[in-house]
Design a protein around this ligand. Structure first.
Ligand code: ADP
Length: 173
């Protein structure tokens, strides 16, 4: 399958997606929060929080893996996006979220993975900039390692989906 068919943008609730792993845009405590993080914990059940407590947090830009519990996925990959402040390191940290999540996925034989728009909610990252980083970083990883089989960008709103769809289309011409 070519890269065009392996990187897809869709609209909806990431907690409903039956893939091998979904990515949770967590905070450094990994103890839950609002937005997608809260929705993932609610859908997964209290066992997810119990496992997260054993991890002891996660630095910004890194990723940690847990089981999926009551979610229709085998794993949840928790990653901590940067709070957008317009610093040069913002983009490096955001790219790190994608690369480190994909590395964990590869190490665990995950073939299909879904990302929300990390940092684009309360963390304030402009969606168009974040979209380029997400797509470019995943594309480079997949070209380098030929894994995972499929990446889904799961966008909550129609305008966000539109930004991703247009950027993906511009990549393949
Ligand atoms: P962050 O703290 O990293 O900014 P948020 O959870 O606040 O994370 O938001 C990240 C993005 O996920 C936002 O664009 C938000 O609209 C979107 N979002 C919120 N709930 C869901 C959901 N259930 N599924 C997919 N995306 C969601």
């Amino acid at each position: 399958m070519n890269l065009e068919d392996r990187l897809k943008a869709r609209q909806g609730d990431i907690t409903k997606l039956a893939v091998d792993a979904i990515v949770n845009p967590a905070n450094t405590s990994l103890l839950g929060g609002g937005g997608v993080d809260g929705a993932i914990h609610r859908a997964a059940g209290p066992e997810l929080l119990a496992e997260c407590r054993t991890i002891g947090g996660c630095p910004t830009g890194e990723a940690r893996l847990t089981k999926g519990y009551r979610l229709p996925v085998r794993y949840v990959i928790h990653t901590v996006g940067p709070i957008f402040r317009g610093r040069p390191e913002d983009s490096r940290l955001l790219a790190g979220c994608y690369t480190n999540s994909l590395t964990l996925a590869m190490d665990h034989g995950i073939r299909t993975i879904a990302f929300p728009a990390i940092s684009c909610g309360v963390y304030g990252y402009p969606i168009a900039d974040a979209c380029k980083i997400a797509v470019d970083t995943c594309e480079t990883f997949m070209e380098t390692y030929d894994a995972p089989e499929k990446v889904i960008f799961m966008l909550f709103s129609a305008p966000d989906l539109d930004i991703y769809t247009r950027y993906l289309a511009s990549r393949w011409g």
